[in-house]
Design a protein around this ligand. Structure first.
Ligand code: MN
Ligand code: MN
Length: 427
């Protein structure tokens, strides 16, 4: 039966109000037919129903307590909303590594494919270009990036932890790890099925052109081209470059410099919103004109804090940087699924679906929420309810005007833990 059938809700509520002792085994059987209640789970624990004597993977169970022992409000089966970069193959080469989560690994994500990449000091992600737009966030260390525009101008910039970049479709670019220990970063492409392993590589292009054509094209004798790479380099070691200004001068200075800045200092920007529970930073084409197809938000949340109930017109692709969280996703068929997230995990809130995010750990939670859009758009449940005529909200939710006035009239709100913060069961 569906959650949005009001009679089921009333039935469940009245059962929730009953004491566990009052629920006979027969009553429990009937409850099962309309869905699982928290009391039912507790009763199950008491009478051995939730025991699991067969084979199990305790490490995975421990990572996802909210799926293993779901909240009583979860229902049905919705599309996968969790994946992790720690589940996928790591392509390790001299100079660094790559791992990717695309729609092949995580079919629910049709808008965005993600990559994490490490480059040691001096190592390159080879000069390349590709079909998708590339949005990136620096997770560790420092890098030098270049991007070339069709008007002949070039952008050369340095990025460090907390900075992002955006490289448009077809624009050739490079990434190089700087000292002392190179870098690690997240890439997000605005095509769910995009593979980082199918990009156009400089080495590939020269390897697949007739040598006479290359000779004529470069104005270099064929004999001079005998050392060109014969296969893709992709990631390879190099020499740490000198100061940024030297590189900029060496290529021709302001005369050839791009007018557009393709990098942005996201973590050090002033938050759009700061509450007792945490902060929100939003970067989209309004404050970072280069980012025409990906909007991003960086959330920092204290232990126990709740990112309010809300939804978006487009799907939300999340990357968890630090801490522990849970999210419940509610879809229009009355189905809901709660999952747990840790650092290096990927989350997905399908387009339009209602959701919240809660910090369930003892540490601060940091995560990125990305959207295939030029603008960050969000509908706040709290703000909606506060901007309706009071009688309308009252008659829908059976709340008094005094109670309705307590609902925060604030979009993108991060609500601090009530009482002592951190560590306790958020149930
Ligand atoms: Mn790229
Ligand atoms: Mn969201």
């Amino acid at each position: 039966m569906k959650e949005n059938n009001p009679s089921n809700r009333v039935a469940r509520r009245s059962i929730l109000g009953a004491t566990a002792a009052a629920l006979s085994a027969g009553a429990l059987g009937r409850v099962t037919a309309v869905g699982q209640t928290r009391e039912q789970v507790k009763e199950g624990e008491g009478n051995n129903s939730a025991s699991n004597p067969g084979p199990k993977n305790p490490a995975l169970q421990g990572l996802n307590p909210n799926s293993y022992m779901p909240p009583s409000t979860d229902r049905g089966v919705i599309e996968p909303i969790w994946y992790s970069f720690d589940l996928v193959h790591r392509r390790i080469q001299d100079g660094g590594w790559t791992s990717q989560v695309t729609s092949k690994e995580f079919p629910s994500s049709q808008d965005i494919a993600g990559v994490t990449m490490r480059l040691t000091a001096g190592s390159y992600r080879e000069l390349h270009w590709h079909s998708a737009n590339e949005w990136a966030y620096m997770l560790y260390g420092k890098a030098r990036v270049t991007v070339f525009e069709p008007n002949g101008k070039i952008f050369i910039g340095d990025v460090s932890e907390g900075d992002l970049w955006f490289f448009p479709t077809a624009h050739p670019h490079s990434i190089q790890g700087l000292g002392p220990d190179g870098c690690e970063f997240l890439l997000a492409f605005d095509q769910g099925n995009f593979s980082e392993y199918n990009t156009f590589l400089l080495s590939g292009m020269v390897a697949h052109m007739p040598s006479k054509v290359l000779s004529q094209n470069f104005n270099i004798a064929e004999t001079g081209l005998s050392n060109l790479p014969e296969s893709g380099l992709y990631i390879f070691p190099g020499t740490v470059p000198g100061p940024l200004e030297d590189d900029r001068k060496a290529v021709g200075g302001p005369a050839v410099a791009s007018r557009l800045d393709y990098t942005f200092k996201m973590k050090s920007m002033r938050p759009l919103l700061e509450t007792a529970g945490g902060s929100v930073r939003v970067v989209d084409s309004h404050n970072f004109p280069a980012a025409k197809t990906v909007a991003g938000a960086l959330f920092n949340m204290k232990p126990g804090a709740l990112r309010e109930l809300h939804w978006h017109p487009m799907s939300e692709w999340q990357y968890y940087i630090n801490g522990s969280a849970r999210m419940t996703v509610f879809d229009s068929a009355g189905e809901a699924h709660t999952m747990d997230y840790k650092s290096n995990d990927v989350g997905l809130a399908p387009a339009i679906s209602g959701h919240y995010i809660q910090n369930t750990g003892n540490d601060d939670l940091a995560f990125l929420a990305l959207f295939k859009s030029d603008t960050f758009v969000e509908f706040s449940l709290d703000q909606w309810l506060r901007h309706l005529p009071v009688q309308m909200t009252q008659q829908h939710l059976h709340l008094s005007p005094t109670e309705i006035a307590r609902i925060p009239d604030l979009a993108m709100n991060i609500i601090p833990a009530s009482g002592a913060s951190g560590g306790s069961d958020p149930q």
